[in-house]
Design a protein around this ligand. Structure first.
Ligand code: NAX
Length: 331
């Protein structure tokens, strides 16, 4: 049997965590043969909720779950951690911009970065989900310099999966037969799903989405706004933000990163920019990536049209502004 991996989940009393824990405990994130020990971190006022969620996890009788620690102490939470899933922070409320959230979350991410730096495994892999995800990840990267920069990522997989679903509905094909959409840049209200390179499995090979859509214009209009507004649509009806789909996307992100992407398939991940596609190096920017043996690499050489280029540049600009704003809050 494999040694257990220690998985930290911050914001562990929150709603994404609640949907995520059974997925982790059943092996959907790290594989059906990978035992796990959970470290659940939240803040003092959520202490009772944490304990109750632990009771439910124990009642799940999960064979892969080898231990559960609940804590409100960042240092205890970060000890020996192999995988860190950062859900903790202030969730986006109606009308909140990324800037509102930066000022609320920056202190948290600075402190948690230091704790991970000092107490986590040196090869700890980090996924930041809490908004503003890209900029929280950037702060974490800056304040945990001994964690390799390729180990710090942010979530755009929910947007990616939403985009796959929109294509599947429009083309009337199963979502499992659609692949290689791209979320470029930032997880924000201006997010850009790019279907220029997306493919559909038609049984005897693949056809491009561009060839298959009835109305070419749809990809640059409604398709984009449908993906951008999906979160709002869900908040309006559920009166809570997306949690089940966010948890599932979190699992997808980690699983693909650690266990690898299928051949011929890429996924979207917020990763530090090495200057690919002309994006400012050092930003945490979402790119199409393939993964193998726990390492991601940015898909190179995709042809970028003028429309996509403008969107990509606008999102880069947004992230530079967020970065500058974050630094102005810190000093
Ligand atoms: P919840 O409000 O249900 O949970 C957040 C939890 O974080 C709470 O239990 C809170 O007590 C805890 N928390 C606050 N400060 C903390 C700290 N310093 N240390 C540890 N825990 C702390 O939010 P939930 O719906 O679970 O969403 C979690 C985060 O994901 C939010 O920031 C949300 O905006 C973000 N999202 C990001 C998405 C993405 O695609 N990147 C999509 C889903 C989601 O909206």
């Amino acid at each position: 049997e494999k040694d257990p991996l220690i998985v930290l989940v911050t914001g562990a009393a929150g709603q994404i965590a609640y949907a995520l824990f059974p997925m982790i405990a059943k092996g959907a994130m790290l594989g059906p043969d990978q035992p796990v020990i959970l470290h659940m971190l939240d803040i003092e006022p959520a202490g009772d909720i944490l304990k109750a969620v632990k009771l439910e996890l124990m009642d799940g009788a999960f064979p892969l779950l080898k231990g559960v620690i609940t804590t409100t102490d960042v240092i205890e939470a970060c000890k020996g951690v192999d995988i860190a899933i950062m859900l903790g922070g202030f969730p986006r409320r109606k009308g909140n911009s990324n800037k509102d959230l930066i000022s609320k979350n920056i202190g948290i991410y600075k402190a948690q970065a230091s704790a991970l730096e000092q107490h986590a495994d040196t090869n700890c892999k980090v996924l930041v989900v809490a908004n503003p995800a890209n900029t929280n990840a950037l702060i974490l990267k800056e304040y945990a310099p001994s964690i390799p920069e390729e180990n710090i990522t942010s979530l755009t997989r929910l947007d990616h999966n939403r985009a796959l679903n929109q294509l599947s509905e429009n083309l009337n094909v199963h979502v499992g037969d659609v692949k290689n959409v791209i979320m470029w840049g930032n997880h924000s209200s201006n997010q850009y799903p790019d279907a220029n390179h997306a493919m559909v499995n038609i049984g005897v090979g693949h056809k491009s989405v561009k060839e298959l859509v009835a109305d070419d214009n749809w990809l640059n209009t409604e398709f984009i706004t449908n993906v951008q507004r999906r979160g709002e649509v869900i908040i309006k009806s559920r009166r809570l933000s997306s949690a089940l789909s966010a948890a599932s996307a979190t699992c997808d992100h980690m699983r693909d990163w650690i266990l690898g992407t299928p051949k011929g398939t890429w996924v979207s991940m917020g990763v530090y920019s090495d200057g690919s596609y002309g994006i400012q190096p050092g930003l945490i920017y979402s790119f199409p990536v393939t993964c193998e043996k726990g390492e991601w690499s940015i898909v190179q050489g995709l042809k970028i049209d003028k429309f996509a280029r403008e969107k990509m540049d606008a999102l880069e600009k947004e992230l530079i502004e967020e970065k500058n704003f974050a630094y102005s809050c810190l000093h």
